[in-house]
Design a binder for this molecule. Sequence first.
Ligand code: CP
Ligand code: NVA
Length: 302
Amino acid sequence: MSDESGLGITNFLDIDDLDAAGVEQVLDRAEALKSGADQTQLSQKTLGMLFEKPSTRTRISFETGMTKLGGHAIFLGPEDIQLGHGEPLKDTARAASRYVDGIMARLFSHEDIETIAEYSDVPVINGLTDDAHPCQTLADLLTIREHFDDDVNVAWVGDGNNVGQSFAIGCALAGIDLSIATPPAYTMDETVIERAKELGGDFTVTTDPKAAIEDVDVVYTDVWVSMGQENQREEKLAAFDGFQLNEELLAGTDAKVMHCLPAHRGEEITDAVVESDRAIVWDQAENRLHAQNALLVELLGQ
Ligand code: CP
Ligand code: NVA
């Protein structure tokens, strides 16, 4: 597909499909929508939502979002459509895009979402792959913008996973300083760090969570065992010993805590921290809706 949106992009496969101005444009629109600006900008538009993995927030926020925008969303689980019964992904993309106005997909392989984008005639949005979760990053940056002024320092503590990788690049685009603490075997992909640095990202990278959270305003974590990694559970739980966000680790700081959710209480975070005043996780969850609606208007509404 060649027509570009108001953002100058056709697809949103990772956060650096946008430049810094594009991120700001989406966040500005998200704030306006959240404050009550006209929501009915996608009348008669349909979003196809393809899910290979489970979801609570992504599914509900996109489906509700399309309703609020005056359009419609269709949930497509692989078992419900011919994709789960042998039809190639590229044929699914070509056929679906003859009906719908946009495709949002949550997939295992990042290459697969690139394939959908290659064969789709309509914009494609990444609703999470093994490598990236850019819609989460938009919501995270909106949440940080709401809670802090421009001079904010953030720490990522835990797995160098899909959520962390898009967030690191997003921080570079938004001019946010980031400390990253992961176990040595679970660092972010080097190419991701390179992409973020090329965008001006300012990072401290360590394997010491206590050092990473010193003097930061926010500490962000995610599950240690992501969807599809269930067979690595024992080795990952052992590797992440000492990385749990608990009151002991957070003692001496008044940092807020972010988590994309779902939280696995007792693993990467304690119940007490999720339930404490530190947690701004419900704002993050809500902001999925506003940030994605802004993105949908930009990509599908032109
Ligand atoms: N944060 C997030 O993407 O949540 P879901 O897996 O529930 O969609
Ligand atoms: N890293 C997690 C995020 C879930 C929203 C996963 O991929 O399962």
